[in-house]
Design a protein around this ligand. Structure first.
Ligand code: AMP
Ligand code: MG
Length: 404
């Protein structure tokens, strides 16, 4: 049987980034840059004042002599008239500094009343404190220089990247297209969340859990609903995914060895199954292949297995598909607060991890039955027991994946 890392390698080999497009910056949040961005200007673009105050010539940085105020420069204004020794200009925060400015003194450190900030500027000002050269000046290029590589292709655009791109005047941004992910559930026992239950039926949950996980991976969804346990219904829904232009299909249930587990059969008939078992817990019955050429994940039906299968295999595949660099998932080391048993398969156990006396301590979050979703809710991490390990003593060091 394939190990988790072998399975992940085989999966990742199948994916390559979708094509790119250009979108307005205001709609680019969360998207993945498809090429590097070089700064087209310096930032700041011009020398400007970081305070409301008075621009000073290099000859006038000492306290206590009166200066003639020759200009009143608001943010947004610009003058080419230099200040000379003995002269000053009133400047507001963000205002372009007149040529010849060696420093800016805060209005609070002058004899000009702070209580009277509006126009007109005084005719004369006396500074009450000596200033260092360069004080309160935000120099042109002090943040970054023209031509600098400021963002790399593959970066997810967060608020701060959006702000930087705006300051650089990048109104249209090259990003990867959002991958289309089709989600299918299957099982005669499944009813929608808003349907009254009747004996033998349960509310369907996987499509909602998986859609939520997919949302955090930045893909768009094609909802295929719940297929009956028949080949015809499974097939017709998968065909809808093809028509809708799915880049990848994720289904849950129907890939085990039950008498009505037809999902795998349909994939075999209309495409190919690359593998359908992985040596892990939970989530051993996990199929991967192609349906009509489209990469296909058949996750197990049990809600916790479906969740873990998504995090272990689907998320990294979506990262690669969406143009991101596939990094190994951020993991942490924790100390076991209790002994843990496993069965030798690589295990992803629901755990609660807390800071205790300066260390991270992990304990199991109750039942590890793959149908019990409540312990997944109580957990804040998955605790990884490596393949081949059947028991771990209290105080052993373990790897955890935060899932908060
Ligand atoms: P199966 O893989 O079809 O044998 O399903 C395994 C278990 O997962 C069964 O108990 C199913 O009822 C349950 N299950 C399958 N699909 C879903 C779903 N979409 N939502 C909630 N439970 C499910
Ligand atoms: Mg089933």
């Amino acid at each position: 049987m394939l190990s988790v890392s072998e399975a992940r390698e085989r999966i990742l080999a199948v994916f390559s980034p979708v094509d790119s497009q250009t979108v307005p910056l205001e709609r680019a949040a969360g998207r993945i840059l498809s090429r590097d961005i070089l700064a087209r200007t310096d930032l700041p673009i011009f020398d400007n004042s970081s305070v409301d105050g008075f621009a000073l010539h290099a000859a006038d940085l000492d306290a206590d002599h009166p200066l003639t105020v020759i200009a009143d420069i608001c943010a947004g204004e610009y003058t080419e008239t230099p200040i000379q020794p003995g002269q000053s200009a009133r400047v507001m925060t963000g205002a372009a500094l007149p040529p010849g400015t060696a420093a800016v003194i805060m209005v609070e450190d002058t004899d000009f009343s702070v209580r009277n900030p509006g126009p007109p500027a005084p005719k004369m000002v006396t500074i009450s404190k000596a200033v260092e050269k360069g004080s309160n000046i935000r120099p042109r290029g002090g943040d970054l220089h023209t031509g600098a590589k400021v963002l790399s292709g593959g970066t997810r655009l967060r608020a701060q990247e959006i702000g930087l791109l705006a300051m650089l005047g990048e109104a249209m941004v090259p990003v990867y297209r959002q991958p289309q992910l089709a989600i299918l559930s299957s099982g005669d026992e499944l009813l929608p969340v808003d349907a009254p239950l009747i004996p033998g039926k349960i509310h369907e949950s996987n499509s909602l859990t998986l859609a939520t996980l997919a949302g955090t991976a930045g893909v768009e969804l094609i909802k295929l609903g719940v297929a009956k346990d028949t080949r015809a219904d499974i097939r017709s829904r998968l065909k809808r995914a093809v028509k809708a232009g799915a880049d990848v299909i994720v289904s849950s249930a129907g890939v085990s060895v039950g008498a009505f587990d037809y999902v795998k059969t349909v994939i075999e008939e209309d495409g190919e199954v690359d593998f359908w078992k992985v040596d892990m817990r939970p989530g051993k019955p996990l199929a991967f292949g192609r349906y009509a050429g489209i990469p296909f994940f058949g996750l197990p039906g049990n809600p916790v297995s479906a969740f873990v299968g998504f995090e272990v295999f689907v998320r990294p595949a979506l990262e690669k598909l969406s143009g991101q660099e596939v990094r190994s998932r951020p993991s942490e080391k924790a100390t076991l607060g209790e002994p843990v048993e496993s069965d030798g398969r690589e295990s992803y156990l629901r755990a609660v991890v807390n800071h205790e006396n300066g260390r991270l301590v992990a304990r199991l979050a109750g039942s590890q039955s793959s149908g019990n979703i409540f312990s997944l809710v109580r957990a804040n991490a998955l605790l990884i027991v490596p393949s081949g390990v059947k028991s771990l003593l209290a105080n052993s060091e373990v790897e955890i994946w935060p899932i908060a």
